[in-house]
Design a binder for this molecule. Structure first.
Ligand code: DGY
Length: 423
């Protein structure tokens, strides 16, 4: 890429974040996602830190306005914070049954990237005094969130936290969730999706998927959001390898950053959780896929679907050597890697959301892990694909791994942030 084209992309990426800024928090994209999303916010802050440091820390401050404090769910950060009203999205706050909160929120979480993103922001920040001040406020809240994951999503201390809704995994309609979700009844009440007002339905989850995830949302409301009931009786309970890896990495980063800045957090439960996770992760290894896989907790079986969340094991610092060969084989098939499902798998769909397309923030995390683990050739290959996609198609929500065309929402915040953080 020429330096001129790179500079133009940087200008466009900054303009994308400015256009999606709602005065302290960033919407993922106008219309399709008009609120603040949890893991989007954490990644988007990485983009802000590259050109407006004070604004970057604000993103987290706004996200934490939605954090729940006290009671059984103390520390919970919801996957959506509804800072304002908007009719362009379903399901809104009334559907979740949490309209009375201020601000209203959803009742499930999302991949807990926060501490890692904060550590990367700290490393990048030039105003260390401002950064230290912000981290003193933010880190104790994030520590309570990580503790929430271990306490409520792994009540038996197995070392493997569960996810109770496909939206909680952040990779909504990944083929790994097909079989566990097929067991969940379909909602029978009327509702109207809004996503297909904005994006071609062939790039979005199916109607069958929506009927079942709406049922799960209603189940949580009817269970009065009781985490004990949800973890025991929830009709959808999976161990998502990506969440296990993201949480593991985040807790290590949290402890390291708190140490470095002498910030007091409740360490012993987090240290114990790290040890339990390290002992348990080998249970997720799938010999037949050559990849860390996901576990269906309702029937106790490993889900043998080739989805890319397992490639976050390097990022978590727990990779196996065999997995490098698997990733090489996936990349050899994909003109633009990393596809979210292996090309050629029966469940692969090149245009449909998390069933094949490439996501830039996932590339960024997978690549970072590979680089740290000394897998330079694989990391370079992902970096080259990522840059080629930015150059070819700009800042889409996701991309076709075969021809590199942009898919889903446009002017997408975390995609723009993934570019800015690479500069
Ligand atoms: C959506 O609505 O598609 C989101 O991914 C759910 O959080």
């Amino acid at each position: 890429m020429t330096p001129e084209r790179a500079a133009e992309l940087t200008r466009q990426a900054q303009a994308t974040l400015r256009a999606n800024d709602r005065g302290g928090y960033t919407v993922p994209t106008a219309g399709l996602y008009p609120f603040q999303w949890d893991w989007d916010a954490a990644v988007t802050a990485l983009g802000w830190i590259a050109f407006d440091e004070l604004r970057a820390w604000e993103e987290f401050r706004w996200l934490l306005k939605g954090q729940w404090n006290g009671g059984a769910q103390d520390g919970f950060i919801p996957h959506i914070v509804f800072h304002q009203r908007a009719d362009s999205y379903f399901p809104g706050p009334g559907e979740w049954g949490l309209e009375h909160l201020s601000p209203p929120t959803s009742s499930i979480s999302q991949p807990p990237l926060h501490a890692t993103m904060l550590r990367w922001m700290w490393q990048r920040a030039s105003d260390k005094a401002a950064a230290t001040g912000r981290l003193r406020e933010l880190l104790p809240a994030i520590a309570r969130h990580n503790a929430w994951w271990y306490r409520t999503r792994d009540p038996q201390n197995t070392g493997l936290v569960m996810s109770v809704h496909p939206w909680e995994t952040g990779r909504d309609n990944a083929p790994a969730w097909d079989a566990p979700l097929a067991r969940v009844p379909r909602a029978t009440r009327p509702y109207r999706r809004r996503d297909t007002d904005h994006v071609d339905g062939r790039q979005r989850p199916t109607q069958d998927f929506y009927d079942r995830v709406v049922y799960l949302m209603d189940f949580m409301r009817e269970a009065n959001f009781d985490p004990v009931v949800i973890a025991h009786d929830g009709p959808f309970r999976v161990v998502d390898a990506a969440i296990v890896f993201i949480l593991h990495r985040a807790t290590r980063d949290l402890l390291a950053l708190a140490d470095e800045l002498s910030i007091t957090i409740d360490r012993p439960p987090l240290v114990a959780a790290l040890a339990r996770a390290e002992a348990a992760v080998p249970r997720l290894w799938s010999e037949s896929l050559g990849l860390f896989a996901n576990l269906d907790l309702v029937n106790g079986q490993l889900i043998e679907q080739p989805v890319h969340g397992g490639f976050l094991s390097w990022y978590a610092g727990v990779a196996s050597a065999a997995q490098a060969a698997t990733l090489s084989a996936w990349l050899a098939q994909a003109p633009f890697g990393v596809p979210s499902t292996r090309i050629g798998a029966a469940s692969f769909e090149r245009h449909r959301y998390w069933r094949g397309p490439v996501w830039q923030h996932m590339n960024l995390l997978i690549e970072a892990g590979l680089r740290e683990a000394g897998e330079a050739a694989l990391a370079d290959s992902i970096q080259a694909s990522s840059i080629a996609l930015f150059e070819r198609s700009g800042f889409h929500e996701y991309y076709d791994p075969i021809d590199g065309s942009g898919l889903g929402g446009t002017q997408f915040s975390w995609t723009a942030a993934s570019w800015l953080f690479r500069q």
